[in-house]
Design a protein around this ligand. Structure first.
Ligand code: NAP
Length: 258
């Protein structure tokens, strides 16, 4: 018996990386999935992988907040209910002080913050007691990483709005939690070759106590926990899945003498 038997999940950014790994795990655990993204080709490839009877794709741009209403409507039309919302779609971008374009700065906030909030708002009329909302934040919300003001601010905002939703939705029995990945090997890093990925991993691992990047499947496992009834009393948690980077950065190889 799967941990999500009979449940229907909306996963934004479900055609790539962490979202796709989560969609696969959710389906393997008995859920039906509605996935969103902008890229119609990878959306259709993902549905093929997930199985057309288990998943439906909706092309939806998270920077157009009303687009999530279509995704919610598709969940209801196709599967008749909605139990889990994984507000995961996100973009990164380099926005150093003194060298940033307003358009990129605003785009990051629009997709990562406004898009996440309005995804939840669109879903709310259909969520019942026992439903679970999970946001994807990041260790960079707290790390002060140079060059990432917009991205860090966007994930800090996700953490804040999740806390507000905990308060607002607890009376309805809806759980709201956050997963905060550390550096995870997904297409967001823009590497297209194994050599590029190995170089990236070698560089970033120096700042991670467990000395490696995360895998999208490892983030998905944490999201499954938060989505499932195993986490029935977990409310307002922010679960770091980061090899120790968030809690104990001084344990990383870059700081160690041995
Ligand atoms: P990814 O493979 O690039 O996935 C990003 C997903 O978001 C894609 O499915 C993408 O689909 C979707 N997306 C981006 N902009 C969108 C928009 N405007 N409208 C709708 N969908 C949009 O990267 P990922 O690492 O899995 O990222 C997933 C989440 O994890 C993001 O919120 C990211 O900030 C967070 N995160 C990642 C890491 C990491 O190291 N990988 C660490 C911490 C947090 P389309 O391109 O088709 O739109």
């Amino acid at each position: 018996m799967g941990k999500l038997n009979g449940k229907v999940a909306l996963i934004t950014g479900g055609n790539s990386g962490i979202g796709l790994a989560t969609a696969k795990l959710f389906v393997a655990e008995g859920a039906k999935a509605v996935i969103t993204g902008r890229n119609e080709v990878t959306l259709q490839e993902a549905v093929k992988e997930l199985g057309a009877s288990n998943a439906v794709a909706v092309q939806a741009d998270a920077s157009v907040p009303t687009s999530s209403e279509q995704a919610v409507a598709a969940a209801i039309e196709r599967f008749g209910r909605l139990d889990i919302v994984f507000a995961n779609a996100g973009i990164s971008g380099y926005t150093p002080a003194g060298g940033s374009e307003l358009s990129l700065f605003e785009e990051i906030l629009k997709v990562n913050v406004t898009g996440a909030f309005f995804t939840v708002q669109a879903a709310l009329p259909h969520l019942n007691a026992g439903a679970s909302i999970i946001f994807t934040s990041s260790v960079l919300a707290e790390a002060g990483g140079p060059g990432y003001a917009a991205y860090a601010a966007s994930k800090g905002a996700v953490n804040s709005l999740a806390r507000v939703l905990v308060s607002e939705l607890s009376p309805r029995g809806i759980r709201v939690n956050v997963v905060s990945p550390g550096a995870t090997l997904t297409p967001i890093w823009g590497q297209s070759t194994p050599e590029g990925e190995a170089k990236l991993e070698a560089a970033l691992s120096r700042g991670i106590p467990l000395q490696r990047l995360g895998k999208p499947e490892e983030i998905a496992a944490a999201v499954l926990f938060l989505a499932s009834d195993d986490a029935s009393f977990v409310q307002g948690a922010n679960l770091g899945v980061d090899g120790g980077a968030g809690s104990s950065p001084m344990g990383a190889p870059i700081y160690r003498k041995n």
